[in-house]
Design a protein around this ligand. Structure first.
Ligand code: CP
Length: 360
């Protein structure tokens, strides 16, 4: 994508002024990047750039004044939860955080009943992280609110995919075609890798993935990437690398190599970074384990764009919240919008079943 392509989005689209109506906002939910049209991603990137510039100047907006966002994190998080909270406040929304540990779920209340209770307090958008693939899609079908998937099991983490795209847009100055990203590590459990692959494919970027055999299922390539046999094969000549943390919490630990063995065989080290193209960058979605999947000096090195990813996370989430509210407004009051609002991403897919999703 050229920079001019990003900057030539229709004049009707102006994230900072909350003009998402019209063709820009097609769903009040954000559940996955799989199948999302490139133009829609480009518009969120453009809006993310504007929000980032505003944040740097400490000039925030009130586009979502009077709106309420619920952060419902049924799994731990640092980056996603705090950046959604900052994002919601930076666009003027009220924020409430549901902490499952202290909630009435301990008394047997179901996920849906809990979320319906919160949404009944006039919540506009629910941001949901859950260990089960399909949890956000399930809630989107039943709740009277926009739903944003903040990570569902091993399925997708679409806002992470968007912030990664925004970061690569910065690094590559909007020129995605012909680029190659290496993803190395625990592919089997990575929702980050899945969203990255779906998003990057929309922009013509090729992805080469590699990981220990027990964590790199052969059918991973059906997502639209190439599988390499070694970290060196994946990284040589690449434009960027994204190491993935081994998600010990999601596996039988006997399947995983020891941290020392993992670092030796699969770790992204300075020597391996040197195999990439001149100017290639190192990403990491976080949280990272220094000197396991990524060497400590690489985390802190000149090629690292990890801090920029974090900054971009807050910016892109401002754009995502505005997009969801605008699409919801357009559905509830069609006179606001001349085009039908489609629920593009409220779907059941076989993938959800494959990744251990909710049955109902
Ligand atoms: N990348 C990411 O999702 O980080 P958190 O688990 O800290 O939110």
């Amino acid at each position: 994508m050229s920079r001019s392509a990003v900057l030539s989005a229709p004049a009707s689209y102006d994230a900072g002024d909350f003009h998402f109506h019209g063709s820009a906002a097609t769903s009040e939910h954000l559940l996955a990047l799989e199948g999302m049209p490139r133009i829609e991603i480009e518009r969120m990137i453009e809006a993310g750039v504007r929000h980032r510039e505003r944040a740097r100047r400490r000039q925030f907006t009130d586009t979502l004044r009077g709106r309420s966002v619920c952060l419902a994190f049924f799994e731990d998080s640092t980056r996603t939860r705090t950046s959604f909270e900052l994002a919601a406040r930076r666009v003027g929304a009220e924020v409430v955080t549901l902490f499952p540990q202290g909630s009435s779920m301990s008394k047997g209340e179901t996920l849906l009943d809990t979320m319906q209770t919160v949404v009944a307090m006039q919540v506009d958008v629910a941001v949901v992280r859950h260990r089960s693939a399909g949890a956000a899609a399930y809630l989107a079908r039943h709740l009277d609110a926009g739903v944003v998937n903040a990570g569902d099991g091993a399925h997708e983490h679409p806002t992470q995919g968007l912030l990664d795209l925004l970061t690569l847009h910065d690094v590559w100055r909007g020129r995605f075609e012909g680029r190659r990203l290496a993803i190395v590590g625990d592919l089997a459990h990575s929702r980050v890798a899945r969203s990255a692959i779906h998003g990057l494919r929309a922009f013509g970027v090729s992805v080469i993935a590699a990981g220990p055999p027990s964590l790199a299922p052969r059918d991973f390539a059906t997502l639209g990437c190439t599988l390499a046999e070694s970290v060196e094969e994946a990284m040589v000549g690449a434009d960027a690398v994204m190491p993935l943390r081994v998600q010990f919490e999601r596996m039988d630990r006997s399947l995983a190599p020891s941290p020392r063995q993992y670092a030796r065989d699969w770790g992204v080290t300075r020597e391996r970074v040197a195999l990439m193209k001149h100017g290639a960058v190192v990403m990491h979605p976080g949280p990272f384990n220094r000197d396991v999947e990524i060497a400590s000096d690489v985390v802190d090195g000149a090629r690292s764009v990890i801090a920029r990813q974090v900054e971009n996370g807050a910016a892109i989430r401002c754009a995502v919240l505005e997009r969801c509210v605008a699409a919801r407004d357009a559905r509830l009051d069609p006179l606001l919008d001349s085009e039908p609002v489609e629920r593009l991403h409220a779907f059941d897919t076989p993938a959800l079943v494959r990744y251990g999703g909710l049955a109902s």
